[in-house]
Ligand binder design. Structure first.
Ligand SMILES: [Ca+2]
Ligand SMILES: [Ca+2]
Length: 172
């Protein structure tokens, strides 16, 4: 947190600053799109800046939160237009960003699924009522019952990066 305050004495962080900060790691510019999604999720009231409180709330939830809380956060990450439902294109967008980032960071396992295949598989498993969107209930319930889904949705590169940052000097 000290570094956050040093870099943002006003206690506010803009997307531009966040992207620079977030991408200042091993994964380089491939993470820019993903950083943007995370920023949007952090920016609770959608005013284009993340204040210290929003930031701390999110970080502590990602560290200490329950699985359901984390899934709720992931849901928001995927639900780009914040209408309470995830469409296939919203999911694909995140998957592609995560995918590019994983490839750049060499985090992918051998023979990984493509972003499209992941999205399709997730939809088959989560969209229980077959209406082509995933509601928050479908999302959380499905993920709780399916380890593969949970792993996919929690976006490993993000988790890894957050943990790495926290252990190092970047965030705290
Ligand atoms: Ca949506
Ligand atoms: Ca549905």
């Amino acid at each position: 947190m000290v570094q956050f305050l040093n870099e943002c004495p006003s206690g506010l962080i803009t997307l531009h600053e966040f992207r620079r900060h977030f991408c200042n790691g091993t994964v380089g510019k491939e993470s820019a799109e993903y950083a943007e999604q995370i920023f949007r999720t952090l920016d609770n009231n959608g005013d284009g800046v993340v204040d210290f409180r929003e930031y701390v709330t999110a970080i502590s939830m990602l560290i200490e939160g329950s699985t359901v809380e984390k899934l709720r956060w992931s849901f928001k990450l995927y639900d780009k237009d914040k209408d309470g439902a995830i469409t296939r294109s919203e999911m694909l967008e995140i998957m592609q960003a995560v995918y590019k980032m994983s490839v750049a960071a060499s985090l992918t396992k051998p023979d990984p699924l493509t972003a499209e295949e992941c999205t399709n598989r997730i939809f088959v498993r989560l969209d229980k009522d077959n209406n082509a969107i995933i509601s928050q209930d479908e999302f959380i319930e499905g993920a709780l019952n399916d380890e593969w889904i949970r792993e996919m949705l929690e976006c490993d590169p993000n988790t890894v990066k957050m943990e790495r940052s926290l252990k190092g000097h970047t965030v705290l």
